[in-house]
Design a protein around this ligand. Structure first.
Ligand code: IVH
Length: 671
C-alpha cells in the first residue's frame, strides 16, 4: 500500500469507527458486532504503525495516551461556570417562577425540566469539529485542563458529526458520572485489589478525573451527559431545548428525559413523578433542573453574583425511612472482609423494600452507637445497599443490646484479623467457604499459577459440586475421567486442564506465594520474598522481625505474612500443594557466596543503580540485606545523599562503604 492509499484508508477507517462509537456510546444503538469493530480498530492501528506520520490526535486509537502528567495546566473558562440556586420546597419554586414572570413581564413561562445529574461538572471545547480541550469547573473562573483524561471517555466524541454542519467553535458543559451499577462493581474490585473504596459514584468520578495517568482513568466506568451549550444562539437555536437538540445532532450525548412545559405547575407535576421514578435510572439524580427555555430571556434575566436567574435546581429530599434494627449480623464477603449488617424490620423506601443495611465496620457502629432493638433512620444514597444514618435516641427503652464483633469468622470459625492500617476485620483463612471462589480465581490467575482453561464458570461448578474447598484440592480432586463427565466438558478439554495443572506445578515459588493471596502481598513483593527466603518453609517460619529486615517489606506486610502462616488451615493447604508436587523452592540464580554471613544496609542514590538492584546483587552473593542499621549490620553501602543511616552507622561503629568498595569485596573473595 502506498502513502496515498494508506491515508485514504486511514481516513475511511476513522470515519467508520467514529460512526460506530457514536451509535454505540451515544445512541446506545450499535449496528455492528464487537468483533467487526475490533477488526476495524486493529486495521487502523496497524496502518498507523506502518505510517506513523498520519497519526492524528483525534484518531480513535489516541483515546488513551501513555503519558503521565505531572499536574494539570490551568484553563480560564470562556464564561464563568456558575452554580445554580437550589430549592427544597414547592414554595421556593413558585417564588422563582414569580420573579421570572415579573422580570420578563410575561404571565406564563415555557420551562424545560430535566434530571440534575449528581456528577462532576466539566466544560468541553470543540474547534473545527475536533475535541480540543476539556476542563473541570475549578473555582468557576479557572479550572484544570483534563483533556487527556476526558478523551478516555467513549461517550465524549473526539470529533463531531460532520453531516450536521460543523460550527467553528462550540463549548458545551455537562456532568461526568459513574453509572450506579458499574460503581458497585468498581468499588468491589477496588476493595479486592486493596485500593481506595469510594463513598458514592460522584466521589469516584471526581477522584478518577483527578488521576494523572490517563491509562488508569480509561479503566474507570465513566459516562458523560451534556446539559448546557455556552452560546446556543450561535448554533441557530432560540431555546435551550433546541440548543441541546443541535448538539445532539452533532454527536454529543445530551441529558435524557428533558421536557418542555408551559407554566410552572406542569414542572412541579413532573418533579413529583420523578421523585419516585428516579431510582429506575442507572445514575444518581439529586433533583430536577428547571430552566427558562427561551435563550433571549436568559440574557434579559442575567445573573446574581453567584447564580443565573433563569435556572433553578429543585432538589429531591434525601431518601430516608425510619425502622427498627432486629439484629446485627456479621457477614463475610468474597474478599474475607467481615461486615456488620443490620437486619431491619422491612420498610419501603423509594419503591423497594429494605430489609438490610450495611453498618460498614465496628468503629462506625461505636461512633453512631447503633444497638440491636434501636429505632434508626436509614438512607439510600449512591451506594448499592442502604445505610443507617443515625439512631432515634428518644425511642430507646433501655433494652437495646450493643453489638460485639465475633472473634471467629461467621463462615469458617477461624480467628479474625484486624490489620493495623485498616478498620476492616478480615478472615484470612484460605479455606474459608465464603471466599473460596475469589481465592481460586486469584490462585489460578495469570500472575499467579497461570492455570490455563480454568475459568470462573468451571470453578463455580467444581466448588458447587463440593469437589474443591481450597486451592490444594485443585491438584488432588480432579482427574480426566471426572472432569470429562461434566456437562460441556469433553475429554479433550479435561486433558488440557490436567496438563495445565501439571505445568503450573513448576511455575516457581514467587507465583505460589502470590497465588496464596496473602493480604498486602502483591506479585512484586512475592518475588522479593521468594528470592530472599528461597523456600516456602523458610518463609512460613519467618518472624515479623525477619521480614522487616527486608527493605521492601513494610511492617504491615510483615504482620500479614506472619498472620497468614499462623493459621492451621493455611499451612494445611500448603502441605497439600507440596504433596501434589507443586515446587516451592526457589531455583536461585546464585552467583557466589562471597558475601555469605554478612548483613548490609543500602542507602542513598548509587550512580546508575536502583537500591533494589544493589540489594539483589548482595543477595546473589549470599549476603543479607536489611533496612535498618543495627549492631548486627556488617556494612552500610552508601551512595549520594545517604541521610540518617550513615550517622547511625557511625554512632554504632558500623563501617560505611561505597559501591566501588562493595564490588571490590566481591571480586577479592571470588579470586
Ligand atoms: S444547568 C449556569 N443542568 O449542577 C449553570 N446543571 O449544582 C447551568 N448539573 O454546576 C447548569 N445536572 O454542574 C444544569 N441538567 C443539568 C444539570 C446540571 C447537573 C450540575 C451542574 C451545575 C451544578 C449545580
Amino acid at each position: 500500500m502506498n502513502e496515498l492509499q494508506a491515508v485514504k484508508r486511514i481516513d475511511q477507517l476513522r470515519r467508520e469507527i467514529h460512526d460506530h462509537d457514536h451509535r454505540y456510546y451515544v445512541m446506545a444503538d450499535p449496528v455492528t458486532s464487537d468483533e467487526a469493530y475490533d477488526h476495524l480498530m486493529r486495521e487502523l492501528e496497524d496502518l498507523e504503525k506502518a505510517f506513523p506520520g498520519f497519526v492524528s490526535p483525534d484518531s480513535p486509537t489516541q483515546r488513551v495516551s501513555g503519558a503521565v502528567s505531572e499536574g494539570f495546566a490551568t484553563v480560564t473558562h470562556s464564561s464563568p461556570m456558575l452554580s445554580i440556586a437550589n430549592a427544597y420546597q414547592e414554595s421556593e419554586v413558585l417564588e422563582f417562577d414569580e420573579r421570572v414572570r415579573k422580570l420578563l413581564g410575561r404571565s406564563r413561562i415555557a420551562y424545560t425540566i430535566e434530571p440534575k445529574i449528581d456528577g462532576v461538572a466539566v466544560a468541553l471545547l470543540y474547534e473545527g469539529g475536533l475535541f480540543v480541550r476539556g476542563a473541570t469547573r475549578g473555582d468557576g473562573e479557572r479550572g484544570d485542563d483534563i483533556t487527556a483524561n476526558l478523551k478516555t471517555i467513549r461517550q465524549i466524541p473526539m470529533r463531531l458529526v460532520e453531516s450536521a454542519g460543523l460550527p467553528e467553535r462550540v463549548e458545551v458543559r455537562g456532568e461526568v458520572y459513574i453509572p450506579t451499577e458499574a460503581f458497585g462493581r468498581f468499588n468491589e474490585e477496588q476493595e479486592e485489589k486493596g485500593e481506595k473504596v469510594f463513598a458514592n459514584p460522584r466521589n469516584a468520578a471526581a477522584g478518577s478525573l483527578k488521576l494523572l495517568d490517563p491509562r488508569i482513568v480509561a479503566s474507570r466506568p465513566l459516562g458523560m451527559f451534556i446539559h448546557s451549550v455556552v452560546d446556543g444562539e450561535a448554533l441557530g437555536a432560540a431555546t435551550h431545548a433546541q440548543a441541546l437538540e443541535r448538539i445532539r445532532d452533532l454527536g454529543l450525548r445530551v441529558v435524557e428525559h428533558l421536557e418542555v412545559v408551559e407554566g410552572v405547575e406542569k414542572a412541579l407535576e413532573l418533579f413529583r413523578q420523578w421523585e419516585s421514578k428516579r431510582s429506575d435510572l442507572d445514575y444518581q439524580v439529586d433533583g430536577m433542573v428547571i430552566k427558562v427555555n427561551d435563550l433571549e430571556a436568559h440574557r434579559t434575566l442575567g445573573h446574581t453574583s453567584r447564580n443565573p436567574r433563569w435556572v433553578l435546581a429543585y432538589k429531591f429530599p434525601a431518601l430516608e425511612a425510619v425502622t427498627v434494627v432486629r439484629d446485627i449480623a456479621a457477614q463475610v464477603g468474597r474478599t474475607g472482609v467481615v461486615t456488620p449488617v443490620a437486619i431491619l424490620e422491612p420498610v419501603s423506601l423509594a419503591g423497594s423494600t429494605i430489609a438490610r443495611a450495611t453498618l460498614h465496620n465496628e468503629d462506625e457502629i461505636r461512633r453512631k452507637d447503633i444497638r440491636v432493638g434501636d429505632t434508626v433512620v436509614i438512607q439510600k444514597g449512591g451506594e448499592v445497599i442502604p445505610k443507617v444514618v443515625k439512631v432515634v435516641l428518644d425511642q430507646r427503652t433501655g433494652s437495646e443490646k450493643p453489638f460485639q464483633m465475633p472473634d471467629g469468622c461467621p463462615s469458617c470459625g477461624e480467628p479474625l484479623q484486624r490489620f493495623p492500617d485498616e478498620v476492616a476485620v478480615r478472615c484470612t483463612n484460605i479455606r474459608c467457604a465464603a471466599q473460596i471462589r475469589r481465592r481460586l480465581q486469584h490462585f489460578a490467575g495469570r500472575n499467579a499459577m497461570n492455570i490455563e482453561g480454568f475459568g470462573e464458570a468451571l470453578m463455580d461448578k467444581l466448588v458447587g459440586l463440593g469437589w474443591i474447598g481450597d486451592p490444594g484440592d485443585v491438584y488432588h480432586k480432579l482427574s480426566v475421567p471426572k472432569l470429562a463427565g461434566l456437562e460441556r466438558m469433553g475429554e479433550k478439554s479435561a486433558t488440557n486442564l490436567m496438563l495445565a495443572l501439571e505445568e503450573s506445578k513448576i511455575c516457581g515459588l514467587a507465583r505460589v506465594i502470590f497465588g496464596l493471596g496473602i493480604r498486602h502481598v502483591g506479585a512484586q513483593a512475592a518475588r522479593i520474598l521468594a528470592e530472599y527466603f528461597g523456600s516456602m518453609d523458610r518463609l512460613s517460619g519467618a518472624t515479623e522481625e525477619d521480614l522487616a529486615g527486608l527493605s521492601e517489606i513494610g511492617p504491615i506486610m510483615a504482620a500479614s505474612v506472619v498472620d497468614f502462616f499462623s493459621h492451621r488451615p493455611n499451612r494445611d493447604v500448603i502441605d497439600k500443594l507440596r504433596q501434589a508436587g507443586v515446587r516451592m523452592e526457589e531455583v536461585q540464580e546464585k552467583k557466589g557466596d562471597s558475601l555469605a554471613g554478612l548483613r548490609f544496609v543500602v542507602t542513598g542514590t548509587i550512580a546508575g543503580r536502583s537500591r533494589s538492584d544493589v540489594e539483589t546483587l548482595i543477595r546473589s552473593e549470599g549476603g543479607r540485606t536489611g533496612s535498618s542499621v543495627s549492631k548486627k549490620t556488617s556494612y552500610v553501602v552508601a551512595g549520594e545523599m545517604p541521610g540518617s543511616k550513615v550517622a547511625k552507622a557511625e554512632k554504632l561503629g558500623v563501617p560505611v562503604i561505597d559501591f566501588a568498595a562493595l564490588e571490590e569485596m566481591i571480586r577479592k573473595a571470588a579470586s
